[in-house]
Design a protein around this ligand. Sequence first.
Ligand code: NAD
Ligand code: UDP
Length: 318
Amino acid sequence: SSHLPDARPLFSFAARSGVPAGFRPPPRRVVVTGGAGFVGSHLVDRLLEQGDSVIVVDNFFTGRKENVAHHLRNPRFELLRHDVVEPILLEVDRIYHLACPASPVHYKYNPIKTIISFIPDLHLLLYKTNVMGTLNMLGLAKRIGARFLLTSTSEVYGDPLEHPQKETYWGHVNPIGVRSCYDEGKRTAETLTMDYHRGGGVEVRIARIFNTYGPRMCLDDGRVVSNFVAQALRRQPMTVYGDGKQTRSFQYVSDLVVKETIDPMATIEFKPNTADDPHMRKPDITKAKQLLHWEPKVSLKEGLPLMVTDFRQRISDE
Ligand code: NAD
Ligand code: UDP
């Protein structure tokens, strides 16, 4: 849909060479786990738009029904409240497995916010979703012969020593750190995915997503862009963890663009950093460009205002 260009870089079904412009793949039956979440709901928009039938499987742990409410009357859309930790039987051609409590507030040990400190139950939930949930969805893929896509994360590289990161880099990950549950959970999910591919003949895809921002992000999920946008709109100081020199693919958002977009008078507050915070992270997209003809198209200057509009509306509704 037209107002969501920020979803495009993630799931750009870029035409391969030789495919005529305007080509659309034949309609398919698709399940999207975690489809009521931020990334998932944008994917669902895209799939329905291209003619697929979509079943969303979500337990609404971090996702919201409102993210997909605009599809509830669409006969090609179905919404199932279900925890992927429990097995499920569906007849589909494609499985997009996004379900994962991905917000940092759910897994990062944050010495500042005493309310959101280390909560073992949440870590357990993350493991269960990543391990048992991924096993269940891979088992389903094998049983029904569906193609399986796992949304993994740049966190599998840990605090990378190689920069920028190529697909071939194995990472520099702390297995026993306070944020290891997310990194290692996703690494395990990747391992399971490749084992089902090699051993079970399942056709698989793994997408390692780097820091993504946009409309429908959880307002208080603790990620840097959502924090800065929500803080600026609420006229609170923007919290910079550590010295603020750590980099991500959207480096300038954190200390420049957000501030300009919302409130030039916005203040900044420095806070101690969380443990094991990666210092530098940036994808090497050479291979994606060559093989998938993919590259991001929406600049921060274009994308951020769209997110700010969404956040402003939701914050004013609070
Ligand atoms: P999100 O929290 O908005 O979406 C995750 C969805 O999964 C939510 O709707 C949640 O309710 C659902 N869910 C969680 N546990 C579940 C379970 N056990 N059963 C069923 N549903 C469950 O997060 P997102 O940013 O949209 O992330 C989507 C995927 O992309 C995740 O796998 C995440 O790890 C990955 N990812 C996202 C980013 C990013 O920057 N947004 C970066 C790297 C990887
Ligand atoms: N960060 C920050 N202030 C915040 C939230 C995050 O300075 O309010 C920093 C954080 O320490 C990290 C970067 O921003 O270096 C990105 O954090 P985020 O949690 O968004 O993503 P990830 O660390 O998973 O890449």
